[in-house]
Design a protein around this ligand. Structure first.
Ligand code: CAA
Length: 380
């Protein structure tokens, strides 16, 4: 085992840290208040290669490994989890899905623009009645020969308004269960495809989340991803990588809150001394540091498994389950250490606490991660 980062990894991490400090930090509170995120910042993330981190350079990507991906995700998430979820969904759900399972034509047409951030992608699996129970898709795609007709509703779609390319999971043959599900590439502007209003959310408020409606949308057959019936496995395989991204996001939220709490505890005085000198605070910091490091090890292990070509279904589920729990617990503690100031927006920790919650919900709730892990343990 080698716990050292390579020089290249350190350089990439530092570049992401620098970008987060200089470009994301100014305005992060306002973006949270107004639920906005400017296109100019998305373009800059694209220019830095953050929108197609692991994509082959021949499709416009940065050609980096999954370790680089989680390092970038952690640094962005320390400051702005709304920015990092755009990066995560675009990279591990959309770009990865197309690069691993798309045709050469699909890669040329869509991946090359997604990987540079010229356009943004969204992943559309969840429905009003199919969130955790992902096989219960009500959205239908009827095979009409050279095209499909898509009807249905998708909920809680990250990048829902901003995206140009949508990977949509739909039922093509209900009798076949999960083998009757397919994934399709749908473009913004296709007739019958409507984007509902932006959700007003607890956290990651800069990221836009929408309900999408498909009313008789004509999708060309060449926009189906993979063989007929591959859609559910496509979603599962893609989400395994997505969970590495969200685990790294949770890690970043936790470590961002920890760094703020550590700094504050060395400055704030109470009872004649800095509050870090009080054991009640010092022990909280000790627990934070230990559990965040443990989460980092799980996140790195999952990324390493992906880079090695190992199966990462379980390691990504473990990383997401644990890192999201650490994020929730320790952002609450960071607010507590800040006392009254922690409840005020300008100190940032209340936002990180609100942002942490979604990491226990999206890309598979904590309960779903336990299903994946327990099935993995018990299968042999
Ligand atoms: N890789 C490949 N195949 C897989 C797989 C994987 N990781 N996981 C399951 N499969 C296969 C199974 O082997 C099985 O195939 P066979 O019958 O051929 O063996 C098939 O898929 C069905 O699997 P299950 O019987 O295990 O299916 P299930 O109905 O019990 O569901 C589940 C399994 C893990 C609970 C799954 O439904 C799941 O992950 N649910 C959560 C979905 C989710 O994460 N939603 C989040 C929405 S996306 C999002 O949040 C994006 C965003 O915008 C941020």
């Amino acid at each position: 085992m080698d716990f050292n980062l390579t020089e290249e990894h350190i350089m990439i991490r530092d570049a992401a840290r620098d970008f987060a400090q200089t470009e994301l930090l100014p305005g992060v509170i306002e973006r949270d208040n107004t639920q906005t995120f400017p296109d100019s910042l998305v373009r800059k993330m694209g220019e830095l290669g953050f929108m197609g981190i692991m994509v082959d350079p021949k499709y416009g990507g940065s050609g980096m490994d999954a370790i680089s991906y989680v390092l970038i995700m952690e640094e962005l998430s320390k400051i702005d989890a709304s920015a990092s979820v755009m990066v995560s969904v675009n990279n591990s759900l959309v770009c990865y899905g197309l690069e691993a399972f798309g045709t050469e034509e699909q890669k040329q047409k869509y991946l090359s623009k997604l990987a540079t951030g010229e356009v943004i992608g969204a992943f559309c699996l969840s429905e009003p009645e199919a969130g955790s129970d992902a096989t219960s898709q009500k959205t239908t795609a009827i095979d009409m020969g050279d095209h499909y007709i898509l009807n249905g509703t998708k909920n809680w779609i990250t990048n829902g308004g901003r995206a140009d390319v949508y990977l949509v999971i739909a039922q093509t043959d209900r009798d076949k269960g999960h083998r009757g599900i397919n994934a399709f590439i749908v473009e913004k502007g296709m007739p019958g495809f409507d984007i509902g209003p932006k959700e007003d959310k607890l956290g990651i408020r800069g990221s836009d989340t929408h309900t999408l409606q498909f009313n008789d949308v004509k999708v060309p057959k060449e926009n189906r991803i993979g063989e007929d019936g591959f859609g559910f496995k496509f979603a599962m395989k893609t989400l395994s990588g997505g969970r590495i991204g969200i685990a790294a996001q949770a890690l970043g939220i936790a470590s961002g809150a920890y760094e703020l709490a550590l700094k504050y505890s060395k400055e704030r005085k109470a009872f004649g001394t800095e509050i870090s000198n009080h054991q009640a605070i010092a022990f909280k910091l000790a627990d934070m540091a230990t559990e965040i490091e443990a989460a980092r090890m799980l996140v790195m292990k999952a990324a390493w498994d992906k880079d090695q070509g190992n199966n990462y279904d379980m390691s990504s589920a473990m990383a997401k389950l644990y890192a999201s729990q650490v994020a929730m617990t320790h952002t609450v503690e960071a607010v507590q250490i800040h006392g009254g100031n922690g409840f005020v927006k300008e100190y940032h920790v209340e936002r990180l606490m609100r942002d942490a919650k979604i990491t226990q919900i999206y890309e598979g709730t904590s309960e779903i991660q336990k299903i994946v892990i327990s099935r993995g343990i018990l299968k042999d």
